[in-house]
Design a protein around this ligand. Structure first.
Ligand code: UD1
Length: 419
């Protein structure tokens, strides 16, 4: 199994392009199931989760052409299998996103109950309840969600708690439902807005995406189109933290600073210098000692839970004490025990981590436990003295494109081995 070895202590310097957003690509790929016409998606990141979603579409019957440079073209006119099997779904919970589109266009879907990152129980009850409100007949049987509907109809749905993929699943289903659907307390994440833009290009009638109330007027069918996926805000911010903890100076291209207002504010509070030389570029540099910052994760536009682990590393190297509270997922501090192996002083109390900054971290063997946790271990390794070996790096390949190559290009001493 692959391992990543990082020898820390090199300030990152240089320019790196940011990839398309994983969390916008996965729903967009699922949304192609809503039409039998050709759809072209560009700025698709090279990630394990994207390959898994393409595999899933392929086994539903999609014809897929991948061009490394230009993107992916999908033709779903031959879709004839409505089952998302356990073997694929267990490796990626976002597979649940095919449920709404399959049900809306073909009247049936059989989806294995998802697995994915081990961060709390992560139920899908809101996806199921919402589709039931739209007229679906849904049963749970032998680990599968079996859903049927003649034609979905519009409904008024209140989502509590706010759910990103739940909002996306229902949004996609509603595009082909009869009548108007209103999603209240909808997720406002930029990835939800990007999905709505894409669906509207396909002929959907969606208003209000990006706010907490989304109104969808169902249409009889959707058509083919082209769409470019937005930049990955989590990858962007992860590289920003990498520059900060190594006291480097980097330029990130193909980014959307507007989607990162809250994290950028926190990074500035930590003493990091952030500039926008052009609308789609961010320069990050950090000549000064890091200052501790308190934060609480929450749905967009709050601080993203997907950046919590990275900020623990930053605070671990700051002068002073800080508190990080996780409110989105239970059990999302599994990386803490690994960071402690590098000398971080983090004390967990329920859903709050109290971080006491240390002067330096010291490399050690560690194990990745989930996607964002593994990114935090790479960051810690970059800042640490000595060598850090990270095992179970398959988690990182789910969400970061060629992370070691990008970091090498910035001067990091980082290698992948499979010994
Ligand atoms: C998405 C992102 C993930 C991110 C998360 C929160 C994708 C592919 N993944 O995950 O990277 O960490 O948003 O920003 O976009 N919940 C329920 N019932 C449901 C659904 C969710 O109670 O039916 C709860 C969850 O347990 C969690 C909260 O809602 O506490 C938010 O989860 P959700 O937004 O659904 O996360 P995902 O969409 O799975």
């Amino acid at each position: 199994m692959d391992k990543i070895i990082v020898r820390g202590g090199h300030a990152l310097r240089g320019t790196i392009p940011i990839s398309g957003a994983k969390n916008a690509t996965l729903p967009a790929l699922a949304a192609t199931l809503l039409t039998g016409e050709r759809v072209h998606l560009s700025n698709i990141p090279h990630l394990k989760d994207v390959t898994t979603m393409l595999e899933l579409l392929g086994q539903h019957g999609a014809a897929i052409t991948v061009d490394e440079r230009l993107g992916v073209e999908i033709n779903n006119s031959g879709v004839n299998n409505f089952r998302a099997p356990y073997d694929l779904v267990r490796t990626m919970r976002a597979s649940i996103l095919v449920m709404g589109p399959l049900l809306a266009r073909h009247g049936m879907a059989e989806i294995s109950l998802p697995g994915g990152c081990a961060i709390g129980s992560r139920p899908v009850n809101l996806h199921i309840e919402g589709l039931r409100k739209m007229g679906a007949d849904i049963s749970l049987d032998e680990g599968y969600i079996r859903a049927k509907a003649d034609r979905l109809h519009g409904a008024h749905i209140f989502l509590n708690p706010v759910t990103v993929t739940g909002t996306e699943n229902l949004l996609m289903a509603a595009t082909l439902a009869k009548g108007r659907t209103t999603l209240e307390n909808a997720a406002k994440e930029p990835e939800v807005s990007d999905l709505a833009v894409f669906l509207n290009k396909m002929g959907a009638r969606i208003q209000g995406a990006g706010t907490s109330t989304i109104i969808i007027d169902g249409v009889d069918e959707l058509h083919g189109t082209q769409h470019r996926i937005i930049p990955d805000r989590i990858e962007t911010a992860t590289f920003m933290v990498a520059a900060a903890v190594t006291h480097g100076d980097i330029l990130l291209t193909n980014v959307d600073p507007d989607a990162l207002e809250t994290p950028i504010q926190k990074l500035r509070d930590a003493g990091i210098l952030v500039e926008f030389p052009e609308p789609d570029r961010i320069r990050v540099y950090c000549p000064n000692p890091l200052k501790p910052v308190d934060l609480e994760t929450s749905p967009y536009p709050g601080f993203p839970t997907d950046l919590q682990a990275q900020m623990l590393v930053l605070n671990s190297l700051a002068k002073g004490v800080s508190q990080i509270t996780e409110t989105v997922f239970e059990n999302r501090f599994m990386h803490v025990s690994e960071l402690q192996r590098l000398g971080a002083d983090i004390r967990i109390n329920g859903n709050m981590a109290e971080v006491h900054g240390v002067n330096s971290l010291l490399g050690a063997p560690v194990m990745a436990t989930d996607l964002r946790a593994s990114a935090s271990l790479v960051l810690a390794g970059l800042a640490a003295h000595g060598s850090t070996t990270i095992s179970r790096v398959y988690h990182i390949d789910r969400g970061y494109e060629r992370i070691e190559e990008k970091l090498q290009a910035l001067g990091a001493d980082i290698q992948r081995t499979n010994s």
